[in-house]
Design a protein around this ligand. Sequence first.
Ligand code: TA6
Length: 288
Amino acid sequence: MIDQLNATFGIGEQLLFQQHASGLTQGIIRTERCTGSFFLLGAHLASFQPRSQAQPVLFMSGEAVYEVGKPIRGGVPICFPWFGPNKADPAAPAHGTVRTQLWQMRESRMTADGLMIALGIDQPSFSLLFRVVFGDSLDMSLQIKNATQAEQCCEVALHTYFQLSDVHAVQVSGLEKQAYRDQLTGQTVAPTGAPIRFTEETDRVYHGAVAEIRLNDPGFQRTIVVRPRASQSTVVWNPWIAKSQRLADFGDQEYLTMCCIETANVATSGWLIPAGKEQTIGVDISCV
Ligand code: TA6
């Protein structure tokens, strides 16, 4: 399996496949622009660090579980075809089915912008193709094709976990003019006009397209710039103290060094894709 992957998709020392300690198959990227890694499980991006950065951009929990059928805590889980609990089936896995299934490598090559990989998975109703360019920035595109003869609805989220120096020191700007649904209270909250700072459990779905969101982190002396594409929802999450203690695959103190800014189309912004048609959501993540 590993030898076959390296023979077909490996790119010298720049893209190597290996077996992770857990037994999962992992792709390791080392280029002049960045380092990175991903798992075939869930097409899960696990790390990204441009050469310009002394700190990783993506957060990974030290308590993460690496097992087929279970989600990996951190990096970029792909939530599809629903977000959060399945409203019709409480027994169904949270955030859909594809993040806990094995995807297949479809393509890998060097491009002008960096090292591109593409992974795919075919479901009964949808075919997904996830393209990622590891360069000076991290650029993700998830193409969702309706593989049936009838229109299909779906939700999607690129559930990105960011590494922080200190959650108390950061602020998130770019969503000041967006109303949001507070997932903890169910209330819709009017635009605040102010950047987001984390002082408690935060779980918000902001509606409306935005050009960019800036995560300013003075402790790491950087600002992470998130540029969504074809996204009408942005989810902002930090579990804070009590929820961190309830999450078995997340350290009790890890809320201090992470937050999620998720590029999504969920709830009233979910997609209705006509028969045989496709939609693509994307995001570019860079550091300045
Ligand atoms: O994106 C925010 C959220 O929906 C939170 O409510 C929390 O559940 C988080 O996702 C993580 O979900 P998970 O199923 O990965 O534990």
